[in-house]
Design a protein around this ligand. Sequence first.
Ligand code: ZN
Length: 192
Amino acid sequence: MPLDVPALLSETGALLTGHFRLSSGLHSPSYVQCARLLEDPGNAKAIGRALAERINPLEPRHIVAPALGGVIIGFTVAEALGAPMVFTERKDGVMTLRRGFALEANEPVVIVEDVVTTGKSTRETAAVVESHGARVVGYASILNRSGSVRPFDRPYEALLALSLETHPESDCPLCRAGVPLDAPGSRYSAKR
Ligand code: ZN
């Protein structure tokens, strides 16, 4: 059975509805909490396999994922490919490769994320990979919320492009209707 990501999003409670302020500052009636999509290890493995199939032609020797969001999906993609996986993390705000993780000179690497929106942490991870002498040959994420099919300068694969309704704070129908604002990051409850 092919993987139905939109169905999984609603079944797992990953797609929230309400009134949210996104990191961009825009308001939206929906929010995606990707961690819920990966809560069941069976789903995480199935999604990892589907994404691994897409990036297999790039022949990565290492998967690199930014913590925390990329870790679970990076791991299941790597498992499906039979490749090792390392993660980058922020130290004093700067993306770094720690814990004794190393990359070989010139080895092909694919960077895996849960969601790409602005692509900022993904690009920072690419810079870390290159500073360690390896080569970024592509990018992959479960969801593409960047609004572009080609947000990076290398091949990019996503299982689902998702554009959600957004409004500027100055012209938000939910604000006008007096709906209380949820702040993603502080409260993630799908049941309200
Ligand atoms: Zn609003």
